[in-house]
Design a protein around this ligand. Sequence first.
Ligand code: NAP
Length: 298
Amino acid sequence: MSDRREFLRLTVAAAAGAAAWPAIASVSAQLPRRPIPGTDDSLPIIGLGNSNAFREGDVETSTRVISTLLEHGGSYIDCGGSSRFVVGEVVNQLDAADSAFIGSYFAGADDAAARADAERLLQVSGKPQLDLMHNYPEDAVPNWDRFRAWKDEGLTRYIGVARHRKEAYPQMMEVMRTGTVDFLQVNYSLLETEAEQEILPLAMDLGVAVTINRPFINGRYFEIVRGHDLPGWAAEFDCESWAQFSLKFILSHPAVNCVLTETANPRHAEDNIGAGFGRMPDAETRARMLDHMRSIAP
Ligand SMILES: NC(=O)c1ccc[n+]([C@@H]2O[C@H](COP(=O)([O-])OP(=O)(O)OC[C@H]3O[C@@H](n4cnc5c(N)ncnc54)[C@H](OP(=O)(O)O)[C@@H]3O)[C@@H](O)[C@H]2O)c1
């Protein structure tokens, strides 16, 4: 049975047994992974963004969403501020310190404060080492030596820069050109395609792993497509929802390792994870998807 068919079968079974959520567990189809350049490591292609459930300290909802990701072989969870401690606690409770990959923001200017936060995250999550410490370029660029020191001493496996606006791309590319950036996190979707021009090709050239934020431009995408039918030809690449339409477009760009989907709704998490299975659009279909989106949102 294909992974996609297995994913669908288990999702239907989970929906039928919602009271027992999230007990679909051990037999779930596992998300495909893509290599982290220059390492033996890899990442599953769908991750979670920093959701309101994390921000509000809603442990029950956070647990349901994170469990859903992990049960399908997902790993990456993006979080910042106090959210990271909620995520760390849930990961520890789920005994998932090894399988979860936590990407978190650390300001570089105050080394002692950043280290205190890092130590606390290690303690609450049960991780021996942080996975990814990243930050906005305006903080990362002036403090990059400090970021590198954190990696050199083993506090974190990876360091990176993360932003969601094209105005930040020049600064992000400046730090990427030092050759010491492991991860880029940037916005990219059917409605925000600017990253295609320079920053994603540069990441491929330099061997920088890429995660994508704002796949649904923070929810506005769903307002734009509301009332429009998904085109029939979306079935040709195993796409069953507008969420998957966006995610499969993003995942079919060759620079992308993982897309970060923010949700506080486990059903939406299932929908988003479904985008990681089955066929992906080819170049011709990607162009058709863009044309279609422009006809909806000129
Ligand atoms: N570094 C940076 O500068 C930066 C900037 C922006 C974002 N980010 C990261 O990227 C992540 C994602 O970006 P984003 O914040 O713009 O959010 P997003 O993922 O583009 O959109 C989230 C919105 O989409 C809704 N949604 C998610 N899946 C859905 C589905 N299958 N069906 C219907 N609605 C769905 C969510 O509502 P529900 O909760 O109801 O599902 C929420 O309102 C963030 O959480 C953060 O981790 C980083």
